[in-house]
Design a protein around this ligand. Structure first.
Ligand SMILES: Nc1ncnc2c1ncn2[C@@H]1O[C@H](COP(=O)(O)OP(=O)(O)OP(=O)(O)O)[C@@H](O)[C@H]1O
Length: 378
């Protein structure tokens, strides 16, 4: 039996189709990621799976139970950690958990045992009797994850589990999530718009855009499917990449180009064959190159490629999608897809901010810019 089986689920809010006829399955024990920008439909999908929202059409099962007709059984099978924290800061960590354990109807002995177990799992045993108000952001997040595990759910939903955490704490939290998955055997579904998070943590990733899954596979298979390489050109000095971008615009083999901290990154069909061309174009553009590095594509490259292709013409809801702007962090008016470490994961192709002065783009006249932030959201 699959941990989750989604069958033709659609959710409409008036004219907006937030989730569009999705069908997929999450295997037992899998760590599964829904990766997509703000507004892609990730939270709506999760809210349906945890029975907080009814689907407009279609249905799904969680741990074999139907989200439409067996809500109670679905809820007992799952734990959920929402984006918004909901802890009592005046109570200790253990007291917060004991309170929720009572809500689940666990008796005193069971409660004491389970609270100890989950505190151990998330590494908070030593701080169990400290008031939550004294906890760091990462500790609070771990306590929330512990709370979601109290009733030993088969499936744990984590909605943006590391949003708002600094890069170090985010990585620590990843370790705990991996531990839960490996040691407690919990199937985990997480939503994220951090590329490295999906890449690092997930067995499989569904890339979600405009309510649809545009691709779903292991991170490595997604990257391989792109059939492309990324060439990182480091500039010898603080040269403006604009002239080089102008020359790349007309090249049929240049799929994507973005400014980085120290130069540019260009996604090309065949990296080995294009290095000489790139160096020549840089020379023509008056840019001096200090190093050239050939890398595998990152999930960011995959995302941009897939969502670009899916955006031809207009979207389902009638809005023009010619401008596929991926916005900087914190800008809720557009799409945010964020990278937290400037390129360590996924072949190191994550880039820093690009805008009209540090352009990025792709072929085909699509005025697409990508601002990938190293900042945490507030
Ligand atoms: N209750 C609602 N009423 C109307 N529209 C909604 C409602 N909830 C979500 N939407 C719309 O559905 C679409 C998907 O939103 P959703 O919150 O599921 O996206 P998301 O991928 O989770 O984004 P985020 O990362 O910002 O949480 C958006 O266009 C959103 O405005």
């Amino acid at each position: 039996m699959d941990a989750i089986h989604v069958d033709g689920v659609t959710k409409e809010f008036g004219d907006v189709t937030a989730v569009d006829d999705l069908s997929f399955a999450v295997e037992r024990g899998e760590l599964f990621g829904l990766l997509g920008p703000n507004g892609a439909g990730k939270s709506t999908l999760i809210n349906m799976l945890v029975t907080l929202l009814p689907p407009s059409t279609g249905t799904a099962t969680v741990n074999g139970h139907d989200i439409r007709t067996e809500k109670g059984a679905v809820r007992s099978s799952l734990g959920i950690v929402f984006q918004e924290p909901a802890l009592d800061e005046e109570l200790t960590g253990a007291e917060n958990l004991a309170f929720h354990s009572r809500l689940y109807g666990q008796d005193r002995a069971e409660r004491a045992e389970r609270v100890d177990e989950v505190l151990e799992l998330v590494g908070l045993s030593a701080e169990r009797d400290d008031p939550v108000g004294t906890y760091s952001g990462g500790m609070k997040r771990r306590l929330e994850i512990a709370r979601g595990l109290l009733h030993e759910p088969a499936v744990l939903f984590l909605d943006e589990p590391t949003v708002g955490l600094d890069a170090r704490t985010r990585r620590d939290t990843w370790e705990y999530i991996e531990r839960l998955n490996a040691e407690a055997g919990v199937s985990i579904v997480l939503t994220t718009h951090y590329i490295e998070e999906a890449d690092h943590l997930c067995d499989r990733v569904a890339i979600v855009d405009d309510g649809d899954i545009v691709s779903m596979d292991s991170p490595s298979a997604l990257k391989a499917s792109l059939g492309a390489d990324v060439v990182a050109l480091e500039f010898a000095s603080d040269d403006d990449p604009t002239a080089l971008f102008d020359r790349l615009e007309g090249q049929p083999w240049s799929r994507e180009y973005t400014a980085s901290d120290d130069g540019v990154r260009v996604t090309v069909d065949d990296g080995d064959a294009r290095i000489a061309d790139l160096v020549r174009l840089a020379d023509d553009a008056g840019v001096r190159i200090s190093s050239v590095d050939l890398r595998e594509p990152s999930l960011e490259n995959v995302f941009l490629e897939l969502t670009d292709r899916s955006a031809a013409g207009s979207d389902r809801n009638g809005a023009a999608t010619g401008d596929r702007t991926v916005m900087a962090s914190g800008d809720q008016t557009g799409k945010a897809l964020e990278s937290d470490d400037g390129g360590e994961a996924g072949g190191g192709t994550a880039s820093h901010s690009m805008d009209s002065s540090g352009r990025s783009g792709g072929k085909g006249g699509d005025d697409r810019s990508s601002a990938v932030s190293t900042e945490d959201r507030p």
